[in-house]
Design a protein around this ligand. Structure first.
Ligand SMILES: Cc1cc2nc3c(=O)[nH]c(=O)nc-3n(C[C@H](O)[C@H](O)[C@H](O)COP(=O)(O)O)c2cc1C
Length: 185
């Protein structure tokens, strides 16, 4: 699990989600901003860890219709030609990618009539296509919406869902998102 939250101290959702999975056997939970506060990513180490994983989870709050900046840096630096794509770039082939995303806004804001206009499935396309380009299966994301108003109880429900998913993986593996599919959270 690659995790990052630039304002972790103020986090409710991602903190609960992280606590629910970080100690699971078989799960390697890593906080990117803790490892790389200066954004100097150890590419060789990241690639080594990726080789040993079957499932890559990207867990983050939605920041301006994407992920916090460290994820972009990580993708830019780690997914190199010859490793992730291009000639000989087969290291990620056959692996799964799951995004675990929280949004401040409620689900109804992610519609044409809503303030955010586009479905999450559309806004997260770059991640989906990164996965596809690298030969990975992009699984239907796990989404927690309306984070600002969510009750403690609802947060725990989502955290439990996340934990059960990872504890049971790969048996819990959902069908990958089809090309152009507009999945609903
Ligand atoms: C810089 C920044 C950008 C954000 N962009 C979005 C956004 O595009 N859509 C959205 O629904 N919420 C957005 N939010 C709200 C966060 O997604 C929300 O606070 C977070 O998911 C709540 O999870 P947490 O309790 O772990 O912090 C943004 C917050 C910040 C600080």
């Amino acid at each position: 699990v690659l995790f990052a939250h630039p304002a972790y101290r103020a986090s409710r959702i991602n903190r609960a989600l992280a606590s629910a999975v970080r100690d699971l056997p078989g799960v390697r939970f890593r906080d990117l901003l803790e490892s790389y506060p200066d954004f100097f990513i150890d590419v060789a180490r990241e690639q080594e860890l990726l080789r040993g994983a079957r499932l890559l989870v990207l867990q983050h709050p939605m920041y301006w219709y994407g992920a916090p900046a460290i994820f972009k840096q990580w993708i830019d630096e780690v997914l190199t030609r010859g490793f992730a794509y291009g000639s000989g770039g087969t290291a990620l082939h056959g692996k799964d990618l799951l995004q675990v995303v929280s949004t401040g806004a409620p689900a109804e804001d992610y519609r044409r009539e809503g303030v955010h206009r586009y479905a999450l499935a559309e806004l997260l396309r770059p991640f989906e296509q990164v996965a596809r380009f690298c030969g990975m299966s992009y699984l239907r994301p796990l989404v927690v919406q309306g984070a600002h108003l969510m009750s403690r109880e609802d947060i725990e429900t989502h955290a439990g869902r996340y934990r059960r998913f990872l504890a049971g993986y790969p048996a819990t593996r959902p069908a990958p998102v089809g090309l152009g599919e507009l999945w609903e959270p």
